[in-house]
Design a protein around this ligand. Sequence first.
Ligand code: SF4
Length: 396
Amino acid sequence: MTANREIDSIVQRAADGGRISSEEALLLYTDAPFHALGEAADAVRRRRYPDGVVTYLIDRNINYTNVCVTACKFCAFYRAPKHSEGWTHDTAEILRRCGEAVELGATQVMLQGGHHPEYGVDYYETLFASVKQAYPQLMIHSIGPSEILHMAKVSGVSIEEAVVRIKAAGLDSIAGAGAEMLPDRPRKAIAPLKESGARWLEAMEVAHRHGVESTATMMMGTGETNAERIEHLTMIRDVQDRTGGFRAFIPWTYQPENNHLKGRTQATSLEYLRLIAVARLFFDNVAHLQASWLTTGKDVGQVALHMGVDDLGSIMLEENVISSAGAKHRSNLHDLIQLIRTAGRIPAQRDTLYRHLRVHWTPEDDPTDDRVTSHFSSIAIEGGGVGRQLPLVEAR
Ligand code: SF4
């Protein structure tokens, strides 16, 4: 119990599974004692997942182009059209990367890229159909609402038509990317040319209604207020009440290198962990909460497992976007499993839909494959960037 009866009562209600309002979430975020917040969020996690399992995923983030017309101020990955460092990968290279991922045990690909001025719905139809035909075992959890809005605009079709066509071509699930901050003021400050948060949610809602589920993300630390952080959660929860299509919420922290914001603001680990716990208490309608070891580091990711988190996300066989902005934390199969096990949880490999593929009940069950490790070819790494080929396994 704390000295504040109001906070005690909200924390207790949330821990018991009751719904809390946006105002109450903000009060918890700013004023609740750290340990009480973590304990309550962990109580929710224990009730949802009494087996103590924490999941991870093996996937590869493959970028088809870094050419983008949207010029977000926090982005270190994109190049404007005609820039000498702009690149695109053809289908053969994307399939080569998918093939390597399959060989390393990946169950998912995240195909993501800039808003290329010429890429309409037909480009994505061809891309997804090619991947699905070559590797039907891979789930295509890819692009985000901003790519959907962009491709619909380029092709002159509705959001609905774009969603129906790319689903038919093979898209299984939409990544929660591009959410950044959904409220207007902070979004306009960091991504003035990007579609609004309302439009991001509209595209998600259309997709959910057509049977394409997704995740939702949040990038914190670019100067938004505490109230705006909670407003972001509220906007997602309101849509989720109508569609139920968000499988997970994934907050991560802005990375400061090589972008126009220049790291003038950043979220601290404590702010991140408090947000994680409040998200677990606030989202009574979202099943999973993922920690971001890539941006916060593996230690903070492990602490998050005690603040309501039930998933550590992907080993990321390849990542080039966030790491271009300076996120240099790497992981591998062994490390991720050890993080989960030494936190007192049971590691399990999951698929895109959070189904357990292999539960490692005892250390004897832990898989070992030294090849399953994260790789970056980001511009933040010497010799990286410029669409460099990234072979992960020996060519046969
Ligand atoms: S975040 Fe996405 S939309 Fe924004 S500039 Fe980077 S690649 Fe383009």
